[in-house]
Design a protein around this ligand. Structure first.
Ligand code: NAD
Length: 286
């Protein structure tokens, strides 16, 4: 068998076009332009590239750019003051604090200064609570990107047996909640799971978000399963995921490539969250 490849780049491009139309309509109706504030602290090379990409993609669909670049030696108080200023600025719909922060800074309390209705990364304690309770709110970008990809590929979620490998607050834990809310029966596997392959082989829907290159082999996959690879690793041969793509493609029914699978969806969901945040600030329900 050869798995169908889910083209995340194409799905993200379609979604961005749709969002551009929705933003035009929103601006025409409200007189407001959605704005995204990206806050970058220090000059970590990878973070600079990620932020530049987010800003470019946002500007391309009509989102106003409110970038702030703070010195790597900034104190927690200085970063907090910037976030509070952006929180009070009506032109700013969404605030994203790029992670990781320079060594010695605790991200959690700073993230929690972002108001829930501007929390476009969906990472504040309040947003996490709203997700846990199944109440409306802004959801973390990578997990919602996975759900969107499954929907775009026409893969059934309700009633399936899903296994999420990884339990981070960024990806694994919120994704397990989103899949449960879509009526999958979800198992979360992690670094202390015994006999991982035995667990993952039960999955109709297998998501790898462990941050371990090539962890998921053909032996971990039930024939015909949908395999979503969240992992990203820079290797001498280029970007690779948590899934041994060539071998798993022989067994799985669907597979996402790395690059070009989940990655592009993460930014598309950030853009969607920025529009949702702008709607929230207009008093609209989302
Ligand atoms: P993390 O290190 O915070 O969490 C990894 C999780 O995997 C942990 O819960 C751990 O228990 C589990 N794990 C580790 N080794 C394991 C093993 N051998 N077997 C089973 N479980 C194991 O990482 P994260 O932030 O959740 O990111 C995971 C991966 O996803 C990374 O490769 C990261 O680069 C990638 N990522 C991609 C995107 C994207 O846009 N595609 C976004 C965020 C993260």
């Amino acid at each position: 068998m050869s798995a169908k490849v889910i083209d995340g780049k194409a799905v993200a491009a379609r979604l961005s076009e749709q969002l551009a139309d929705e933003i035009r309509a929103f601006t025409a109706a409200s007189g407001k332009t959605p704005g995204l504030a990206t806050v970058l602290v220090g000059d970590d090379g990878a973070s600079e590239v990620y932020v530049a990409n987010k800003r470019k993609r946002a500007s391309a669909i009509g989102i106003a750019d409110h970038h702030v670049h703070l010195d790597g030696g900034s104190s927690a108080d200085e970063i907090a003051a910037t976030i509070s200023r952006l929180a009070d600025d009506d032109a700013v719909s969404g605030i994203l604090l790029q992670l990781p922060l320079p060594h010695g800074l605790d991200a959690g309390p700073l993230i929690d200064l972002i108001p829930a209705n501007k929390d476009v990364d969906g990472l504040t304690t309040l947003s996490a609570g709203l997700l846990a309770r199944g109440e409306p709110g802004l959801r973390p970008c990578t997990p919602s990107g996975v759900i969107e990809l499954l929907d775009a590929a026409g893969i059934e979620i309700a009633g399936t047996r899903a296994v999420v490998v990884g339990r981070s607050a960024l990806v694994g834990a919120p994704l397990a909640q989103l899949l449960t809310q879509r009526n999958a029966t979800v198992t979360v596997a992690h670094s202390r799971t015994r006999d991982l392959a035995d667990v993952t082989r039960s999955a109709d829907l297998l998501v790898a978000a462990a941050g371990r290159p090539g962890l998921i082999t053909a032996d971990h996959v039930r024939p015909g399963a949908a395999v979503i690879d969240v992992g990203i690793h820079r290797t001498p041969e280029g970007l690779r995921g948590d899934v041994d793509e060539a071998a798993v493609a022989e067994v799985a029914g669907w597979i996402t490539p790395v690059p070009g699978g989940v990655g592009p969806m993460t930014i598309a969901m950030l853009l969607r969250n920025t529009l949702l945040a702008a709607r929230l600030q207009q008093g609209e329900a989302i």
